[in-house]
Design a protein around this ligand. Structure first.
Ligand code: ADP
Ligand code: MG
Length: 459
C-alpha cells in the first residue's frame, strides 16, 4: 500500500473512535508522510500547524499508533511534523475550488493566479498600491515606508501586530516587494512564515545541518517573519531565531516581524528576545473604520473588475467590521452569486451571506449546547461537567464552559455556578476572570476557545 492508502485506512478506523467534530477539526487535514527511515519503524504524520500537532500528539497518539500498526506492523512510533506552508496550500486549494465552481457556471471565468517568487517567497499580489491606508493602520504604514527608505537603519526590527485578517501579511509582504523594487538586485529579501522557520530549524537540528541553515539566512539582507507568536516557547527554535536575529542586527540588516499580539503579551517569549523586539519599532493595526472598509471594498471591486450596487457595498462595509479577509470573502460571495444568477442579489440572500461571515450569535444557543460542545471538544463526559466531580481533567473544560456562558449568553454568575456542578457564584466569577485573563496570555487557550465557539455557532 502507498502512504495515502494506508492513511485512508487509518483515518477510516479513527473516525469510528472519536467524535465527528474532533475528527474534522484535528485529523481531516492530516497526512501520512511515510516512514522517516526505511528500517527504524518511525512513521511521519504531518499536521497543518503547530497547535494541531501538539493537540493530536497529546490526545490521539495512542489511537493513531494502534491503527497504524494494524495496517503496518513494522511501525513502532510516530513523529509528528508540521507540513509545508499551510496558508499557501489553503489558498491554492481555495483558488482551485473557486476555479472549479466558476468553471461549472461560467466556462471562461478568469483564473486566480498565484505567482510567489521562489527566491523571496513574496507574493506580488501584496503591494502598497492596493493597500488602503486609514486611521487603523496609518502608523504601521508609515513605519513600513520608513523601513523601505532606510533599510536596516532606523526601525529595526519593525514589529507589526494586530488581530486576524487586518492586513499584517499584506503590509509586511508589500514592504518586501517595495524594497525589491527600489533596490533591484542589490538586496536580497526573504519572507518566511514562522512555521517555515520552525521547520527549517527542526530539520537542520535533526539532520545536523545547522551550518547550511546559517548560511541560508546569512546571505539575506531583509528577513520578514510572519506570525512570530508561533515561535515563542519552542526552546530550540527560539534560540536559533535569537542567533539569527542578533547576527542580522549587528550587521545592520533589516528584520520585519508580524504577530497577533505585542511582544509584551507573548509570555513564553524569552526575555532577551522580547527586549530586542521592544528595542525596535512596534506598531499595531486595529479594526478599520467604516470609510476604510468602504475604500477597501471599492479597491477590491476595481481590482476584480466587478460592479455592484452602491447600496449593497455600503451595507457590507457597515456590517462586516472586524476582519478584512471576511470583508473580501463577502464581496466574492455576492459577486459570485450575482454572476451565477445573472442579476442583483436579493436582500434575504445578502443577509444570509453577511450573517454567515460575521457569525452573529444564533439566538437559540442554550447553556446545554455550551456544556455539550465543550465536553465533546475535550472528550470528557457531560455529566462530569454538570456534577460535583473533582476530576482533574474536567477542571479546564468546566472553566471554559463557565466563561462561554458568561461571554456568549450573558448569564448571571449564580446561574452559571448552578449549571456547572452546583457551585457557588464566586467560583463562576473566578473561572470567568481567570479565562478572560489567560486568553490574552496563552495562545493555545485562545485557540481552543475560538475552535469551540466556531462549533457552537455552527450548531
Ligand atoms: P493578517 O495577516 O493580518 O491576518 P492579511 O494581510 O492576510 O491579514 O489580510 C487579509 C486580507 O485583507 C488580504 O487579502 C489583504 O489583501 C486584505 N487587506 C488587509 N488590509 C488591507 C488594506 N489596508 N487594504 C486592502 N486590502 C487589505
Ligand atoms: Mg497573516
Amino acid at each position: 500500500m502507498n502512504p495515502q492508502d494506508i492513511w485512508q485506512t487509518v483515518l477510516g478506523d479513527i473516525e469510528l473512535q472519536i467524535s465527528r467534530p474532533n475528527f474534522l477539526t484535528w485529523l481531516k487535514n492530516s497526512q501520512f508522510l511515510g516512514k522517516a527511515d526505511k528500517d527504524d519503524g518511525v512513521a511521519l504524520v504531518g499536521l497543518p500547524n503547530n497547535f494541531a500537532k501538539e493537540w493530536v500528539k497529546s490526545r490521539y497518539h495512542k489511537i493513531i499508533l494502534g491503527s497504524l500498526r494494524n495496517v503496518d506492523g513494522s511501525i513502532k512510533n510516530i513523529d509528528y511534523v508540521v507540513v509545508g506552508n499551510n496558508a499557501a496550500s489553503q489558498i491554492v486549494s481555495a483558488a482551485r475550488r473557486i476555479k472549479s465552481e466558476a468553471e461549472a457556471v461560467e466556462p471562461q471565468a478568469p483564473l486566480i493566479e498565484l505567482k510567489v517568487d521562489p527566491k523571496t517567497n513574496l507574493n506580488p499580489r501584496y503591494d502598497f498600491k492596493t493597500f488602503i491606508v486609514g486611521s487603523s493602520n496609518e502608523m504601521a504604514y508609515a513605519a513600513a515606508q520608513a523601513v523601505v527608505r532606510d533599510v536596516g537603519k532606523k526601525y529595526n526590527p519593525l514589529f507589526v501586530y494586530g488581530g486576524v485578517g487586518l492586513g499584517k501579511t499584506h503590509l509586511i509582504q508589500a514592504t518586501g516587494n517595495e524594497i525589491m523594487a527600489a533596490y533591484k538586485n542589490r538586496v536580497s529579501v526573504l519572507y518566511v512564515s514562522s512555521e517555515k522557520f520552525i521547520n527549517d530549524v527542526v530539520w537542520a537540528i535533526r539532520n545536523k545541518r545547522m551550518d547550511d541553515m546559517k548560511k541560508k539566512y546569512r546571505d539575506i539582507d531583509v528577513l520578514i517573519i510572519d506570525d512570530i507568536q508561533f515561535i515563542a516557547g519552542k526552546a530550540a527554535t527560539e534560540q536559533e531565531f535569537f542567533y539569527t536575529f542578533n547576527a542580522f542586527y549587528e550587521n545592520n540588516k533589516q528584520i520585519i516581524i508580524s504577530s497577533d499580539r505585542p511582544p509584551s503579551a507573548i509570555p513564553t517569549l524569552e526575555e532577551r528576545l522580547r527586549s530586542r523586539f521592544e528595542g525596535g519599532m512596534t506598531v499595531d493595526i486595529v479594526y478599520p473604520d467604516y470609510e476604510t472598509r468602504l475604500a477597501i471594498l471599492k479597491t477590491k471591486m476595481k481590482e476584480n473588475n466587478v460592479v455592484l450596487d452602491e447600496k449593497i457595498v455600503e451595507l457590507v462595509a457597515a456590517r462586516v467590521q472586524k476582519n478584512i479577509r471576511e470583508l473580501e470573502g463577502v464581496l466574492n460571495k455576492i459577486t459570485f452569486y450575482e454572476q451565477y444568477k445573472k442579476g442583483r442579489i436579493d436582500d434575504k440572500k445578502l443577509d444570509e451571506i453577511i450573517n454567515e461571515a460575521v457569525q452573529v450569535t444564533p439566538k437559540n444557543i442554550t447553556p446545554n449546547d455550551i456544556v455539550k460542545t465543550v465536553a465533546e471538544f475535550f472528550e470528557v463526559p457531560t455529566a462530569d461537567m454538570t456534577q460535583r466531580s473533582r476530576k482533574q481533567e474536567v477542571v479546564e473544560p468546566r472553566q471554559i464552559a463557565m466563561y462561554l456562558m458568561r461571554d456568549v449568553l450573558k448569564m448571571s454568575y449564580p446561574h452559571i455556578g448552578d449549571r456547572l456542578g452546583k457551585r457557588d457564584h464566586t467560583t463562576a466569577i473566578h473561572a470567568c476572570e481567570k479565562i478572560t485573563r489567560e486568553i490574552g496570555e496563552n495562545p493555545a487557550l485562545n485557540q481552543k476557545i475560538l475552535l469551540i465557539k466556531e462549533r457552537l455557532y455552527k450548531m
